[in-house]
Write a protein that binds this ligand. Structure first.
Ligand code: AMP
Length: 177
């Protein structure tokens, strides 16, 4: 049996499991205690940026991906772009509709936010089914950017988001099994 990576010790205490939120049957990963802790947030920035080289821009996905994305961009010394829900961004927009477990949603980027051949890292707080990150990756590709990697603080491995995100590289600080 292959050995499973253990989560970083500093992360375990600042992620809280909330049962039946926001709906019955959902086990919600609450990262609020992580962002409430300055030291944990600093460690998170270091870990999310670890090993990334020659990155031009970080894309963070609304809403909690903004937090993880911005600290990663600052750590890397590059700019940050917000991938947003529909109707929030002004100007020329690239838009994609993607499937959720029930129904669908839309994600948008400003067309000018990614230049051709930009090397892009996409960040979210949690990868569940992978649909949201896959939509962000498709938007970046449409604008001519290169998706170097998709990173998250937590990844719910049982939902096999990696299958949906292939062939993109995926890295999470805590692979929850
Ligand atoms: P998905 O598109 O299924 O990968 O869902 C990812 C998005 O939904 C992320 O932006 C997360 O913030 C949120 N999300 C999905 N499942 C959970 C969960 N169990 N706990 C916390 N956030 C979640």
């Amino acid at each position: 049996m292959s050995q499973q990576p253990s989560p970083p010790p500093w992360l375990v205490d600042v992620v809280h499991d909330i049962e039946d939120f926001p709906k019955p049957g959902i086990g919600f990963k609450d990262l609020s205690p992580l962002w409430r802790s300055s030291s944990a947030t600093s460690r998170c920035a270091v870990a999310l940026a670890d090993g990334l080289e020659n990155i031009d821009v970080v894309v963070g996905v609304e809403a909690r991906g903004f937090l993880a994305g911005m600290i990663t961009a600052q750590r890397l010394g590059v700019g940050f772009v917000a991938a947003r829900k529909p109707g929030k961004l002004p100007g020329s927009i690239e838009s994609i509709e993607y499937d959720l477990e029930y129904g669908s949603d839309i994600l948008e980027l400003q067309s000018s936010s990614i230049a051709a051949d930009d090397r892009v890292v996409i960040i979210d707080d949690v990868i569940a089914t992978g649909g949201t990150a896959a939509a962000a990756a498709a938007l970046v590709s449409r604008l001519g950017g290169e998706v170097v990697e998709i990173r998250a603080v937590l990844e719910l491995m049982a939902l096999d988001g990696r299958a949906k995100l292939a062939p993109n590289r995926v890295h999470s600080l805590w692979e929850v099994r």
